[in-house]
Each structure stands twice: as C-alpha cells, then as structure tokens.
Ligand binder design. Sequence first.
Ligand code: FES
Length: 150
Amino acid sequence: MGKAEIVDILSRHVPQEQSLIEILHDIQLRFRHLPPETLSEVARHCSVPLARVYSVATFYTAFTFTKKGDTVCRICMGTACHVKGAQLIREEAEKMLGIAPGQTTPDGKYSLEVVNCVGACAMAPVVIVNEAYQGKFRPMDLKKLLGRGE
Ligand code: FES
C-alpha cells in the first residue's frame, strides 16, 4: 500500500465528515479491504476522531478489514433465491473453491460470501461477481464463472 495512493484518494474528496463513506469506499475499491493504517489518514483529512472512522467502517457490512480475493462471488440467500435453489449454488461453490462463505482461497483469487436479498428477486437465483449481477443462475454456471471449467 502506497502513501501516495492514499493521498490521491483523499485529494478527490472534500475534507469533511460527510465524505467518510465515499472515501472508505474508494480505499476498499483500491485495496480490496480497508487497511487499518489508512484510517488515521482518513480521520486527519476529515477532521474527525479516529473512533468515528472506525464506527462508520464497522457499521456497514460492505466494508471489511480482511483482504478479499481478486474475484468476490456473492451468493444471494434471500427467500426468493433460496426457493429457486441458492443453497445448491452455495454448496457447489464451496466444493469448487474449497472454502466456506467469508473465506478467501489461499492463492488470493476468490472470496466467497453469502448475502441477503439484493433487490433483484425477479432474477432469482442471483449471484454477484464483483459488482456484476447474474440472474437465473444455475450451479453449472459456476464452472465458467470461476474459470474452472473444461
Ligand atoms: S432474494 Fe435474492 S435477490 Fe431477492
């Protein structure tokens, strides 16, 4: 993690408390997590106590202090997706990647997560790969998605 990158991110935001979420989002986008050492820089930039930055970072489940894989695969386990077979997708993903939800493969390539309804029930079951929604998902689609097909 380079200090210049943090300075660059901070320079793009108005130095005020209202910018906290956007700044944390940009840092996470760049580093795939929130490196703890960056938070004091954020606090200084926004002129807020470090505890305030931590409270925002820990309140929203979208933020994480654990580095994610290059590809983050989120399986929706909301009611509509569950009814349409999300559990089978989850089990297949766990088997293919050898990890449980909340974990990252040892090579750092994939992270697996389960989420609740993401507001796309008409497309159920839904899998989100990084920021891309994929609807009507089938367990067999995982092979192509995870680059582990023939
Ligand atoms: S339950 Fe999966 S998108 Fe709503």
